[in-house]
Write a protein of this length. Structure first.
Length: 277
Protein backbone atom coordinates (compact mmCIF):
# COMPACT_ATOMS: atom_id res chain seq x y z
CA UNK A 1 0.00 0.00 0.00
CA UNK A 2 1.28 3.47 -0.90
CA UNK A 3 1.58 5.94 1.94
CA UNK A 4 0.55 9.34 0.61
CA UNK A 5 2.14 11.04 3.62
CA UNK A 6 5.56 9.87 2.47
CA UNK A 7 5.16 11.24 -1.07
CA UNK A 8 6.25 14.71 -2.07
CA UNK A 9 3.42 15.98 -4.29
CA UNK A 10 5.34 19.17 -4.99
CA UNK A 11 7.60 17.14 -7.24
CA UNK A 12 6.17 16.77 -10.79
CA UNK A 13 8.19 13.57 -11.31
CA UNK A 14 6.58 11.86 -8.29
CA UNK A 15 3.12 13.05 -9.24
CA UNK A 16 3.33 11.94 -12.88
CA UNK A 17 4.95 8.62 -12.03
CA UNK A 18 1.93 7.71 -9.88
CA UNK A 19 -0.72 8.40 -12.48
CA UNK A 20 1.26 7.66 -15.65
CA UNK A 21 2.54 9.89 -18.43
CA UNK A 22 -0.87 9.75 -20.12
CA UNK A 23 -2.25 12.36 -17.69
CA UNK A 24 -1.40 16.05 -17.50
CA UNK A 25 -1.53 18.36 -14.50
CA UNK A 26 -3.17 21.64 -15.54
CA UNK A 27 -4.39 24.30 -13.13
CA UNK A 28 -4.28 21.86 -10.22
CA UNK A 29 -6.58 19.37 -11.94
CA UNK A 30 -5.93 16.05 -13.66
CA UNK A 31 -6.96 16.26 -17.29
CA UNK A 32 -7.12 13.22 -19.55
CA UNK A 33 -5.22 13.53 -22.84
CA UNK A 34 -7.30 14.66 -25.82
CA UNK A 35 -7.99 11.96 -28.39
CA UNK A 36 -6.20 12.17 -31.73
CA UNK A 37 -9.39 11.31 -33.63
CA UNK A 38 -9.78 14.88 -34.84
CA UNK A 39 -6.26 15.00 -36.27
CA UNK A 40 -4.69 13.70 -39.46
CA UNK A 41 -1.44 11.93 -40.18
CA UNK A 42 1.08 11.48 -43.00
CA UNK A 43 3.46 8.60 -43.54
CA UNK A 44 5.55 7.26 -46.38
CA UNK A 45 8.91 6.21 -47.78
CA UNK A 46 11.84 8.22 -49.12
CA UNK A 47 13.65 6.32 -51.88
CA UNK A 48 16.55 7.05 -54.20
CA UNK A 49 16.43 6.50 -57.95
CA UNK A 50 17.19 2.78 -57.46
CA UNK A 51 14.14 2.43 -55.17
CA UNK A 52 16.35 1.88 -52.12
CA UNK A 53 15.28 3.56 -48.88
CA UNK A 54 17.21 6.72 -47.98
CA UNK A 55 18.03 6.73 -44.28
CA UNK A 56 18.68 9.96 -42.45
CA UNK A 57 16.71 12.08 -44.95
CA UNK A 58 15.01 15.19 -43.59
CA UNK A 59 11.25 15.55 -44.08
CA UNK A 60 9.79 18.99 -43.35
CA UNK A 61 5.99 19.26 -43.02
CA UNK A 62 4.84 22.89 -43.21
CA UNK A 63 1.29 24.07 -42.49
CA UNK A 64 0.57 26.68 -45.16
CA UNK A 65 -2.22 28.24 -43.09
CA UNK A 66 -0.35 28.83 -39.84
CA UNK A 67 3.30 28.56 -40.89
CA UNK A 68 4.08 25.90 -38.29
CA UNK A 69 6.59 23.21 -39.24
CA UNK A 70 7.41 19.68 -38.13
CA UNK A 71 10.79 18.18 -39.03
CA UNK A 72 11.32 14.41 -39.16
CA UNK A 73 14.22 12.12 -40.03
CA UNK A 74 13.73 8.87 -41.93
CA UNK A 75 14.75 5.60 -40.29
CA UNK A 76 17.23 3.04 -41.64
CA UNK A 77 14.70 1.82 -44.21
CA UNK A 78 13.71 5.32 -45.34
CA UNK A 79 10.31 5.47 -43.63
CA UNK A 80 8.82 8.47 -41.84
CA UNK A 81 5.59 8.88 -39.88
CA UNK A 82 3.96 12.15 -38.75
CA UNK A 83 0.88 11.69 -36.55
CA UNK A 84 -1.54 14.13 -34.88
CA UNK A 85 -1.36 16.80 -37.58
CA UNK A 86 -4.12 19.44 -37.47
CA UNK A 87 -6.36 19.45 -40.52
CA UNK A 88 -5.37 21.97 -43.19
CA UNK A 89 -3.22 22.62 -46.24
CA UNK A 90 0.39 21.44 -46.13
CA UNK A 91 3.65 21.47 -48.05
CA UNK A 92 6.04 18.55 -47.51
CA UNK A 93 9.72 18.58 -48.55
CA UNK A 94 12.15 15.64 -48.43
CA UNK A 95 15.87 16.36 -48.72
CA UNK A 96 19.34 15.00 -48.04
CA UNK A 97 22.83 16.17 -48.83
CA UNK A 98 23.94 14.94 -52.26
CA UNK A 99 20.36 14.55 -53.55
CA UNK A 100 17.85 16.81 -55.21
CA UNK A 101 15.02 17.83 -52.91
CA UNK A 102 11.52 16.53 -53.61
CA UNK A 103 8.51 18.66 -52.76
CA UNK A 104 4.78 17.93 -52.44
CA UNK A 105 2.64 21.06 -52.44
CA UNK A 106 -1.13 21.50 -52.01
CA UNK A 107 -1.47 18.54 -49.63
CA UNK A 108 -4.94 18.91 -48.12
CA UNK A 109 -5.47 16.85 -44.95
CA UNK A 110 -9.00 16.38 -43.65
CA UNK A 111 -10.29 15.13 -40.32
CA UNK A 112 -9.25 11.57 -39.47
CA UNK A 113 -7.28 11.13 -42.71
CA UNK A 114 -4.11 9.01 -42.85
CA UNK A 115 -2.33 9.83 -46.11
CA UNK A 116 0.61 7.97 -47.67
CA UNK A 117 3.04 10.28 -49.52
CA UNK A 118 6.26 8.80 -50.91
CA UNK A 119 9.31 10.65 -52.23
CA UNK A 120 12.06 9.78 -54.71
CA UNK A 121 15.34 11.68 -54.45
CA UNK A 122 17.51 11.99 -57.54
CA UNK A 123 21.28 12.36 -57.29
CA UNK A 124 22.18 15.96 -58.02
CA UNK A 125 23.49 19.27 -56.77
CA UNK A 126 22.34 20.71 -53.50
CA UNK A 127 20.52 23.64 -55.09
CA UNK A 128 18.35 21.52 -57.40
CA UNK A 129 14.76 20.75 -56.48
CA UNK A 130 11.95 18.69 -57.98
CA UNK A 131 8.47 20.05 -57.27
CA UNK A 132 5.27 18.02 -57.72
CA UNK A 133 1.79 19.36 -56.96
CA UNK A 134 0.13 16.74 -54.78
CA UNK A 135 -3.66 16.56 -54.49
CA UNK A 136 -4.37 13.44 -52.40
CA UNK A 137 -7.80 11.83 -52.40
CA UNK A 138 -9.86 11.74 -49.23
CA UNK A 139 -10.74 8.08 -49.80
CA UNK A 140 -9.30 5.94 -47.01
CA UNK A 141 -7.15 3.19 -48.54
CA UNK A 142 -5.28 2.13 -45.41
CA UNK A 143 -8.32 1.37 -43.22
CA UNK A 144 -11.77 -0.15 -43.61
CA UNK A 145 -13.56 2.94 -42.36
CA UNK A 146 -16.78 3.84 -44.18
CA UNK A 147 -16.31 7.58 -43.82
CA UNK A 148 -18.11 10.50 -45.43
CA UNK A 149 -16.53 13.95 -45.29
CA UNK A 150 -18.52 17.18 -45.29
CA UNK A 151 -15.84 19.70 -46.21
CA UNK A 152 -15.24 23.34 -45.40
CA UNK A 153 -16.83 24.65 -48.60
CA UNK A 154 -20.03 22.67 -48.04
CA UNK A 155 -20.33 23.82 -44.41
CA UNK A 156 -19.86 27.49 -45.31
CA UNK A 157 -21.70 27.74 -48.66
CA UNK A 158 -24.73 25.46 -48.47
CA UNK A 159 -27.91 27.22 -47.24
CA UNK A 160 -29.17 26.02 -43.87
CA UNK A 161 -32.43 26.85 -42.12
CA UNK A 162 -31.22 27.80 -38.66
CA UNK A 163 -27.52 27.48 -39.63
CA UNK A 164 -27.26 24.16 -37.80
CA UNK A 165 -24.38 22.30 -39.44
CA UNK A 166 -25.63 18.87 -38.33
CA UNK A 167 -28.37 19.17 -40.98
CA UNK A 168 -25.60 18.43 -43.50
CA UNK A 169 -25.23 14.90 -42.11
CA UNK A 170 -27.81 13.73 -44.63
CA UNK A 171 -25.35 14.51 -47.46
CA UNK A 172 -23.90 11.08 -46.67
CA UNK A 173 -25.75 7.94 -47.84
CA UNK A 174 -27.69 5.88 -45.32
CA UNK A 175 -28.50 8.83 -43.00
CA UNK A 176 -32.07 10.01 -42.31
CA UNK A 177 -33.14 13.04 -40.28
CA UNK A 178 -35.35 11.41 -37.65
CA UNK A 179 -36.26 14.57 -35.71
CA UNK A 180 -39.89 14.70 -36.86
CA UNK A 181 -40.47 11.10 -35.69
CA UNK A 182 -40.12 11.77 -31.97
CA UNK A 183 -42.71 9.97 -29.87
CA UNK A 184 -43.85 10.00 -26.28
CA UNK A 185 -44.16 12.81 -23.81
CA UNK A 186 -41.03 12.59 -21.63
CA UNK A 187 -39.59 9.44 -23.13
CA UNK A 188 -36.23 8.42 -24.46
CA UNK A 189 -36.75 10.05 -27.86
CA UNK A 190 -38.67 13.14 -26.82
CA UNK A 191 -36.09 14.35 -24.29
CA UNK A 192 -33.52 15.23 -26.96
CA UNK A 193 -33.05 18.96 -27.56
CA UNK A 194 -31.12 18.63 -30.85
CA UNK A 195 -31.75 17.02 -34.22
CA UNK A 196 -31.88 13.23 -34.40
CA UNK A 197 -30.37 11.08 -37.16
CA UNK A 198 -30.77 7.40 -37.93
CA UNK A 199 -27.56 6.08 -39.51
CA UNK A 200 -27.53 2.74 -41.34
CA UNK A 201 -30.84 1.83 -39.68
CA UNK A 202 -29.57 2.27 -36.11
CA UNK A 203 -31.31 4.24 -33.39
CA UNK A 204 -30.45 7.95 -33.14
CA UNK A 205 -29.35 7.42 -29.52
CA UNK A 206 -26.54 5.13 -30.71
CA UNK A 207 -24.58 7.90 -32.47
CA UNK A 208 -21.54 9.53 -30.86
CA UNK A 209 -20.59 13.17 -31.50
CA UNK A 210 -16.94 14.20 -31.09
CA UNK A 211 -15.84 17.85 -31.05
CA UNK A 212 -12.08 18.09 -31.68
CA UNK A 213 -11.76 14.54 -30.37
CA UNK A 214 -13.77 15.13 -27.16
CA UNK A 215 -17.22 13.60 -26.62
CA UNK A 216 -19.92 16.18 -27.26
CA UNK A 217 -23.24 15.51 -25.49
CA UNK A 218 -26.43 17.40 -24.80
CA UNK A 219 -28.07 18.38 -21.52
CA UNK A 220 -30.12 15.17 -21.53
CA UNK A 221 -28.75 12.33 -19.42
CA UNK A 222 -30.62 9.76 -21.50
CA UNK A 223 -29.63 10.78 -25.02
CA UNK A 224 -26.31 11.98 -26.39
CA UNK A 225 -27.50 14.00 -29.38
CA UNK A 226 -26.16 17.53 -28.74
CA UNK A 227 -28.29 20.61 -29.31
CA UNK A 228 -29.26 23.97 -27.90
CA UNK A 229 -32.50 25.26 -26.45
CA UNK A 230 -33.55 26.33 -29.94
CA UNK A 231 -33.37 22.70 -31.07
CA UNK A 232 -30.45 23.49 -33.35
CA UNK A 233 -26.69 23.04 -33.22
CA UNK A 234 -25.63 26.63 -33.80
CA UNK A 235 -22.14 27.77 -34.72
CA UNK A 236 -21.75 26.90 -38.40
CA UNK A 237 -19.16 29.69 -38.70
CA UNK A 238 -16.98 27.99 -36.10
CA UNK A 239 -16.99 24.58 -37.84
CA UNK A 240 -14.37 23.78 -40.45
CA UNK A 241 -15.49 20.29 -41.48
CA UNK A 242 -16.77 17.03 -40.08
CA UNK A 243 -16.69 13.37 -41.02
CA UNK A 244 -19.24 10.63 -40.42
CA UNK A 245 -17.61 7.25 -39.74
CA UNK A 246 -20.11 4.40 -39.75
CA UNK A 247 -20.56 0.64 -40.08
CA UNK A 248 -16.87 -0.28 -39.65
CA UNK A 249 -14.18 1.78 -37.95
CA UNK A 250 -10.87 1.49 -36.12
CA UNK A 251 -10.19 0.91 -32.45
CA UNK A 252 -9.79 4.65 -31.79
CA UNK A 253 -13.56 4.95 -32.13
CA UNK A 254 -16.20 3.15 -30.11
CA UNK A 255 -18.44 3.39 -27.02
CA UNK A 256 -21.57 3.53 -29.20
CA UNK A 257 -22.38 1.20 -32.13
CA UNK A 258 -23.84 3.93 -34.35
CA UNK A 259 -22.10 6.60 -36.40
CA UNK A 260 -19.10 8.47 -35.05
CA UNK A 261 -19.56 12.14 -36.05
CA UNK A 262 -16.13 13.76 -35.82
CA UNK A 263 -16.32 17.58 -35.84
CA UNK A 264 -13.32 19.90 -36.22
CA UNK A 265 -13.54 23.62 -35.44
CA UNK A 266 -11.95 26.28 -37.62
CA UNK A 267 -8.38 27.34 -36.86
CA UNK A 268 -6.56 30.60 -37.47
CA UNK A 269 -4.25 31.54 -40.32
CA UNK A 270 -1.53 34.09 -40.96
CA UNK A 271 -3.78 36.03 -43.38
CA UNK A 272 -5.92 38.92 -42.14
CA UNK A 273 -9.62 38.75 -42.97
CA UNK A 274 -12.44 40.98 -41.80
CA UNK A 275 -13.62 44.54 -41.99
CA UNK A 276 -11.27 47.39 -41.16
CA UNK A 277 -12.91 50.17 -39.13
Amino acid sequence: MISFKSLNFTSPKVFLSMFGLGWVLAGGLLVAPVSAQADSSVWGLVNDETDAGVSGATVVIRNLETGTERTLTTDVSGHYNASTLPVGHYEIIASKAGFQSDRRSSVNLVVGQREEINFKLQVGHLHQMVEVSEVPTVVQISTEDDSGLVGERQVKDLPLNGRSYDQLLTLNPGIINYTSQRSGSIGTSNSVVGNMFAVSGRRPQENLFLLNGVEFTSASEINNTPGGTSGQLLGVDAVREFAVVKDTYGAEYGKRPGAQINIVTANGTNDFSGVRL
